[in-house]
Design a protein around this ligand. Structure first.
Ligand code: SF4
Length: 323
């Protein structure tokens, strides 16, 4: 069965049940994204709702998902209404919640509920976790090739990490391609760029953002949320793994990780990316308050290329860094 989902959750359970988890965000952004948004608006989704929600709605309808797992706590309040419109279209929906206060027992109960739904044993889930952790370990190495050795571009880093949310539905194939990529990247000469940036926030809907930075001699050596999707802490216990995952919890959990990585990766500045009409724009207040290196805020709305205004703002920011 094809099981779509709205944001990272314990995919180990779905794999253990022999089904294919599919991150609908990845299908949206790598497919006909503008068309998906248009389709949702045609069905009545308002103009001033985030494009990702509209994209996921259209993806769920057009990709013949057998069911959709909606993360209804710890991600996006729009997901509640998205789920209702999917139910109305006869799509089976399953909810998953990350408890706001990081309550261990509540998270354990959520995972257990998912295991019961898919009728899988916890021991099978842990076996899958061990297999996925083997791949996650290689992604940590890929990340090190990015920030320690300057051999991987920000875009490549972004793509590998963001796709680890579902391993493209086929972990074995993902691992084979990853091995090949690492082998090739290891032999590259280190890149020389003027600046090392971090990218904070949800993955961008803008398609040429990384290329534009690289053209301007900036490599992005930290993709904050994409790295979180890759579950980089390799905790033994699956509950600990999803408790350390910062994205669903408070901005203060994210800030702790961001501050550590700014130091570890010796970043010159960070981009704080947010999506139009997203509640996470409010978090930007605290990011600007507590991040003590220069912060450039970029907002994305519709899928597509960087607009001229944002390019100018990036260039002005880079000029400012020179002085
Ligand atoms: S970008 Fe923000 S509003 Fe859009 S789906 Fe993600 S959390 Fe929700």
């Amino acid at each position: 069965m094809k099981i779509g989902f709205t944001t990272s959750f314990p995919i180990e359970v779905v794999f253990a049940a022999g089904h294919t988890p599919i991150d609908m965000n990845n299908i949206f952004v790598t497919g006909n994204a503008a068309g998906f948004v248009e389709q949702a608006e045609f069905d009545g989704y308002p103009r001033n709702i985030c494009s990702w929600i509209k994209g996921m709605y259209s993806v769920a309808l057009s990709s013949e998902m057998d069911a959709v797992i909606g993360v209804v706590e710890g991600d996006c309040s729009n997901t509640h209404s998205l789920m209702s419109t999917l139910v109305d279209q006869n799509i089976e929906v399953i909810s998953f919640s990350f408890p706001y206060n990081k309550d261990r027992n509540k998270l354990a109960a959520e995972i257990e509920k998912l295991e019961q739904y898919f009728n899988v044993k916890h021991s099978d889930v842990l076996e899958i976790k061990a297999q996925l952790d083997k791949i996650r370990k290689k992604l940590i190495y890929l990340d090190e090739l990015t920030f320690k050795e300057n051999k991987v571009t920000g875009l490549e880093n972004h793509l590998w990490l963001v796709n680890s949310s579902d391993f493209n539905g086929d972990p074995e194939d993902f691992e084979k391609r990853l091995d090949k990529f690492i082998l090739e990247a290891k032999c590259r000469k280190p890149m020389k760029t003027n600046y090392r940036f971090g990218f904070l926030g949800v993955p961008p809907i803008i398609t040429d953002l990384y290329d534009f930075f690289l053209e301007n001699n900036v490599n992005i050596v930290f993709n904050e949320i994409q790295r979180q999707f890759s579950m980089p802490y390799l905790e033994n216990d699956i509950i600990d793994q999803y408790l350390r995952y910062t994205y669903p919890y408070s901005i203060f959990d994210r800030l702790k990780d961001i501050q550590e990585e700014i130091k570890r990766r010796k970043l010159d500045a960070v981009i704080s990316y947010s999506q139009s009409f997203c509640h996470r724009q409010i978090d930007n207040i605290l990011i600007k308050k507590y991040v003590d290196i220069p912060v450039l805020t970029i907002e994305g709305d519709q899928p597509g290329l960087l607009d001229a205004r944002t390019k100018l703002r990036i260039e002005s920011f880079l000029d400012m860094l020179k002085y």
